[in-house]
Design a protein around this ligand. Sequence first.
Ligand SMILES: [Zn+2]
Length: 237
Amino acid sequence: MKQIIPGLWEVDEIGDAVHAYIWEGKHGLTLIDTGMPTDVHAIIDAITAKGWALHNVRRIVVTHGDADHAGGAAKLKKATGAVVGCHSVEKILLEHPEKRVPSNLLIRPLFAMMRILPTYNTLPVTPDELYVDGQLLPEGFIVVHTPGHTPGHISLIHREKRLLIAGDALNNRGGKLQLPPAAFTPDRKNAERSVWKLAKKYGDDFDVAVFGHGPPILQNANHRIKAMVSQIFSTEV
Ligand SMILES: [Zn+2]
């Protein structure tokens, strides 16, 4: 378990392909994203190795319904007894993971076949909490609806900690800020607008940013994201 800032841990026991995070709050733990379906045991082991009990996990926030973020949600909900929350629009993808299809028609058959593999076989989970844009969670996170990669994708902002948990609203693969992969981002225009929203509406509220993919940015993340947006829209943010 790797501390990013006081209160926020990256579950690095699942490797580096995708990230899951634990928020350590006054009233328990919040898991943000759940890795791939095959990451469940590594996450459970990491929690217990840290000296926490599984029932300390009170809430599981899923940024979106992809296999690498919602993959462990069903089993981790069962193992911890936590409530699972996602954006109201994303509910259908958590309950019917097979509805998530790549925007690129050519890779759809391959994607359908991959779903049979244990690594990608996301079990359906019924969310207990459905969020709306701007909602404040008890942990102090503001839910920011950042659609594009999926229709109900969310990012989280913690103003007091000056932290952005971006999910896949944008990636930082190889340390390079970029939009999520086109093949899995059916609404690219909205994905661009979502990054614009993070920069424009919340750009003064965070310095640190963590991502579903790629290393964290520990300072001036807001300026980096504003610069990215200025480039996309060819205008100053
Ligand atoms: Zn992802």
